[in-house]
Design a binder for this molecule. Structure first.
Ligand code: SF4
Length: 197
């Protein structure tokens, strides 16, 4: 048997690896995972309605296509993906946007306001009216308790340092501007904006 030198062995190994790498591309009935995936997605969304939308997570505003189907009289969301016709994202989505479907389908999604009373260890479902009233009462209470009309030098400041505000990443410039105005009206000086994460 012919002895294989180290150099020949490495050459054979490289050729074998290249051959293996080519098999999936060359063999349509073989292991082309990309083609299989594409086909599976096509089958999944075959006959589905295309609805164009915008990713809700940040102000980049990537365009999405949501595929829905009527199943037993109910609209079922099948798939969400980047819109290839969008000049903003050209079909791409960042990891956050790529999980947008979970906003609608995740079993961990919180669908009702939850409230934990002071001292309590459990969360209770409450109505939106209840939580909005509660938030308003707490803002007013904190503002009343911490309001400073004049600083130590007698300058009129009319501010509260007992309340802070953080804007969401989905804010547009206009919404951020509006929120800032409202917060300043209340005398809030600790204002922050989560640009995007
Ligand atoms: S979160 Fe990601 S996908 Fe969504 S708009 Fe922002 S960059 Fe685009």
């Amino acid at each position: 048997m012919k002895e294989v030198t180290r150099r020949e062995f490495l050459k054979l190994g490289a050729a074998g690896t290249a051959g293996l790498a080519l098999v999936p591309l060359a063999n349509p009935l073989g292991f082309d995972i990309r083609a299989a995936k594409k086909r599976a997605i096509e089958m999944r969304i075959a006959g589905a309605k295309e609805i164009h939308s915008i990713c809700p997570y940040c102000a980049v505003g990537c365009a999405l296509i949501a595929y829905t189907k009527q199943v037993n009289g109910k609209t079922q969301l099948l798939q969400i993906e980047g819109d290839p016709d969008s000049p903003v994202n050209e079909g791409r989505l960042c990891p956050k946007g790529a999980t947008a479907m979970q906003l609608a389908t995740s079993s961990r999604r919180v669908e009702k306001p939850l409230y934990r009373a002071p001292g309590s260890s459990k969360w209770e479902e409450k109505s939106w009216d209840f939580v909005l009233d509660k938030i308003a009462q707490n803002i007013k209470g904190s503002r009343d308790n911490t309001f400073v009309a004049q600083d130590a030098n007698g300058n009129v400041v009319n501010r509260t340092e007992g309340v802070a505000f953080a804007g969401g990443a989905a804010f547009s410039s206009e919404e951020g501007y509006f929120a800032t105005k409202v917060m300043r009206t209340l005398g809030i000086v600790h204002i922050e904006q989560q640009a995007r994460v």
